[in-house]
Design a protein around this ligand. Sequence first.
Ligand code: SF4
Length: 377
Amino acid sequence: MNLVTEELTAISPETGSECSLENYLALPDHTMDKRIADARARLGATTLLLGHHYQRDEVIRFADYTGDSYKLSKIASETDAKYIVFCGVHFMAESADVLGHDGQQVILPDLNAGCSMADMAEISQVEACWEELERMGLTADTVPLTYMNSAAAIKAFCGERGGLVCTSSNARAAFAWAFARGKRILFLPDQHLGRNTGYAMQIPMEDMVVWDPWALQGGQTANRLAASKILLWKGHCSVHQRFLPSNVDDVRAKYPGIRVIVHPECRWEVCQKADAMGSTEQIISFVERAPEGATIAIGTEIHLVNRLARRFAAEGKRIISLDDHGCLCTTMYRISPQHLAWALENLVEGRVVNRIKVRADVKQWAKVALDRMLEVK
Ligand code: SF4
């Protein structure tokens, strides 16, 4: 877990000790429904419950708003609610804290809900990379740009050096913003989103160079680095990287006429074989616009795919996962109904548990980078 976030389990001295999480974890899922609904109702407008599309059904059904990380961060920046309960992963709660007002508190129901991709770019590694680029005289025309799926320290690093944050919804616009200010982008931490976006902008593959944080000088020659247009950090999403080109071939063979849409965190080879590529919000919109009777394979997290399959079955649309086995984000799955009930019932009692609070100096620059993201359409 990154070192710039204070994760607080605050216990109000007036109201005694927190309800033990262990007592909740021993109870079955369905017994949480009424408790969550009751606590939610008692908290009223003081509390906003945000749910990412990859959350479990038993959790997301209680969300006031659902969305991808872009949509949810925008909502977090606009709400006046005192408490934001974020059913998502750590970097999303951090971003909500950065974008929120003074006095607001952000709660992540399970602190173990991290993101393996975000963990692939440590701030010390990124600083070491930047020092190498500086030594080669390349930083003056390099703009650092990080995907939302990164720690607050990485966002702050980008903000402080004239860069910004993007999501899969606005990556292309963010790349254009960066290219208007420099010749080269250092893109963190997802190589696939970076490559897919660069390729869609007609940047030749040979001008996109992978920086391996574990190799000397990123595993590249100085000439290659100097000639590059995009430096792709060697990170990936363990969920989306599981989709393979053969999955696209298989569904096309099995369902003639099928449409395939994938998330840009998928490998370039998979995206090339698909009919369309888009963020989760764009995937939903693609399914909504599809004609009645369409069959669509989706390359993204299985909870969203299954939810869309149920929602559009009545319109005769057949929605399947691109991979027969379905790809599950295990860290998103960590937010259970028990964790949510525990967080909400503690709030009802006046206790804030699992607060995510980004350190003030990091917050300042992370906010600069996130504000730039919100300005870029
Ligand atoms: S789906 Fe991938 S990028 Fe998204 S939270 Fe899970 S591991 Fe991270």
